[in-house]
Design a binder for this molecule. Sequence first.
Ligand SMILES: Cc1cc2nc3c(=O)[nH]c(=O)nc-3n(C[C@H](O)[C@H](O)[C@H](O)COP(=O)(O)OP(=O)(O)OC[C@H]3O[C@@H](n4cnc5c(N)ncnc54)[C@H](O)[C@@H]3O)c2cc1C
Length: 393
Amino acid sequence: MRTQIGIVGAGPAGLMLSHLLHLAGIHSIVIENRSRAYCEARVRAGLMEHWVSELLVETGVGDRMKRESMVHDGTYLAFNGTAHHIDFSKLVGKHVVIYDQKEVVTDLIARRLADGGEIHFEVEDTSIHDFNSDRPRIRFRSNGQQQEIACDFIAGCDGFHGIARPSVPATAISGFDRVYPFGWLGILAQSPPPEKELIYAYHPRGFALYSMRGPTLPRLYIQCAPDEDIENWPDSRIWEELHTRLAAVGAQELTEGPVLQKGITGMRSFMIEPMQYKRLFLAGDAAHIVPPTGAKGLNLAAVDVRVLARALGEFYGRGSRDLLDRYSAICLRHAWKVQRFSWWMTSMLHLFPGDSAFDRRRQLAELDYLTGSRAAQQSLAENYVGLDVSLNM
Ligand SMILES: Cc1cc2nc3c(=O)[nH]c(=O)nc-3n(C[C@H](O)[C@H](O)[C@H](O)COP(=O)(O)OP(=O)(O)OC[C@H]3O[C@@H](n4cnc5c(N)ncnc54)[C@H](O)[C@@H]3O)c2cc1C
């Protein structure tokens, strides 16, 4: 097999990259180790920055999203028993869009296949080779047969646990890591929402988040110990904790419903520098992880592939390597700002083991300042709906 861009991973990053490249007249092949059904059912992110939803519409994959998504003009911050509304539309004239990541993936797969795109699902033993030469290759097994893709460039879009990042020589890459001393116990339930927008709650028993994947599909989280055993959390105990932590004046009471899914997610911040090595480019979770408090993972993946697609467009269209050579610097500049925002939201809203009464009062003072200051709210809103990406370095 031969292509211009070999893409490892059919998550949002790999699929969106393949779609954008196709629109720019550049051929790509995507390989994915899971089945199509698995990729289309994987419950993960649900919140898109304003510009990401516009990108989906502008590039012809936003029709179903326009019909089925929910537009959120703001969010709630709850503490000391009161919910405060932060109005993004009034503060910065933008909104965010609630549309399940699995639906984005479903729409992108359908569009790629309709456009004649090549996606190989359920591949095994993926490995990447010779990306320090001008003839990179991807090897894998498919239906028991050994296969090889010869390409001009490789895009490692295979997530945090993929093979692309570990294939870069250790001396050529630096990692920056922060593991938080707590996790999120999350449930997907079927019940009517108490509010039409998200509620972030700071509570003496720990953080809680009310979010949703659809009008009657709340996704609810409570802060828990990182090594918490889910077996200790029957549904009744989870609901009780959610009622306690999310109870706030100014927000409707939570209605319980059947729990469709539950699990515990660890919280970490992770970055690598640089995000490119010779003819290998890393994008999305393969290059960075943010704690989910800022709802940024999917959005960061979209930034990376938009920059990469444009850089490859300039390479093939005008023969210019300029943007391609600056890919890592451009993405990292943006990703570090997003990393800062996600860390800040996480630090402000969670209880840290060992924190003193001083720390708790400081957190409350920060929330009080934030909800009382238009300038502070504007800063939150600007980051939450998505910062502009500068291509100038
Ligand atoms: C519980 C949870 C909630 C989240 N909530 C939000 C949110 O609200 N907003 C937000 O923006 N982000 C959120 N995120 C983060 C977001 O889901 C990720 O950042 C996003 O999936 C990154 O996309 P990606 O394509 O880079 O990686 P992935 O989605 O991980 O895709 C990588 C793909 O590569 C495949 N792969 C891996 N190894 C190989 C291999 N060796 N060969 C072939 N294929 C391989 C994987 O199967 C996968 O399909 C959340 C994440 C979690 C876990």
